[in-house]
Ligand binder design. Structure first.
Ligand code: DGL
Length: 271
């Protein structure tokens, strides 16, 4: 048993899709969330900048006594996980391996679509992880740089002509290729599940990278006797690097519940 909190971070609010699943699966776990809302998006930045930001995010989280760190961000998971793992003495989870495992399990025709930020796609990390499990899989990667700003601005609902047009424009080649699995390789994208699902059709399984990393954390905690005691309700701490009010307003949409706990402002450049 281990009552220490889990540290979770993302460039902004997308990582809350992982927290939502962690809360659902393991309500007894305490979570410290850092959203780098002052510097989002990461997905259009260079490897050097993403790595520097990610190191600062982890250094902030490690100012708490944690049992694990969750990189609830596709961009950091694809770009900087090896560096972060080599520098940390506690487990560091990323979204790539769990999502790749799920995609490899789900595909029937071996055609897997992958959507993520520009930075994530350019690393080839998802392809490598899927091919390690299913060398014959055909992978169709597409960078979708407009999705994160649209999601952060609340343009996620079916019937919203802006998001529907952008989804169609990005995903038409995947539909034409006949993929039967689509990896939502950025943790912001699960908020577009309805619009993406409606466009791709019911026969295409969607892999939610935030939910998959949460499942991987859950498995690891139980295998290592590191879960917090059942029956207790975990404490949550929300930390951001810009507008606390902005976070509070948008976060409930990602989390599926209102944020009632205080939201703290962090000067991330100090770390
Ligand atoms: N949630 C991040 C990801 O999974 C958002 C990307 C960004 O900051 O551009 O990649």
């Amino acid at each position: 048993m281990d009552h220490r909190p889990i540290g979770v971070f993302d460039s902004g609010l997308g990582g809350l899709t992982a927290v939502r699943e962690l809360e659902k699966q393991m309500p007894q776990e305490s979570i410290i969330y850092f959203g780098d809302t002052g510097r989002v998006p990461y997905g259009s930045r260079s490897r050097e900048i993403i790595t520097r930001y990610a190191r600062q995010d982890v250094a902030f989280l490690r100012s708490f006594d944690l049992k694990a760190v969750v990189i609830a961000c596709g961009t950091v998971s694809t770009t900087a996980i090896d560096v972060l793992r080599s520098e940390q003495d506690i487990p560091v989870f990323g979204v790539v391996e769990p999502s790749a495992r799920r995609a490899a399990e789900l595909t029937r025709n071996g055609k897997i679509g992958l959507i993520a930020t520009r930075a994530s796609i350019s690393t080839g990390a998802y392809e490598r992880a899927i091919h390690a499990l299913n060398p014959g899989a055909e992978i169709f990667p597409i960078a979708c740089p407009l999705f994160v700003p649209l999601v952060e601005n609340g343009r996620t609902q079916p019937g919203d002509v802006v998001i529907e047009t952008v989804v169609k424009d990005y995903l038409a080649p995947l539909k034409a290729a006949g993929v039967d699995v689509l990896v939502l390789g950025c943790t912001h994208y699960p908020l577009l599940r309805e619009v993406i699902g409606a466009f791709m059709g019911q026969s295409v399984a969607l892999v939610d990278s935030g939910a998959e990393v949460a499942h991987a954390v859950g498995r690891w905690l139980s295998d290592h006797d590191a879960v917090a005691e059942n029956g207790h309700s975990g404490l949550h701490r929300w930390c951001v690097s810009d507008s606390q009010q902005g976070f509070r307003e948008l976060a409930s949409r990602f989390l599926g519940r209102p944020v009632t706990e205080p939201v703290e402002l962090v000067d991330i450049e100090q770390y």
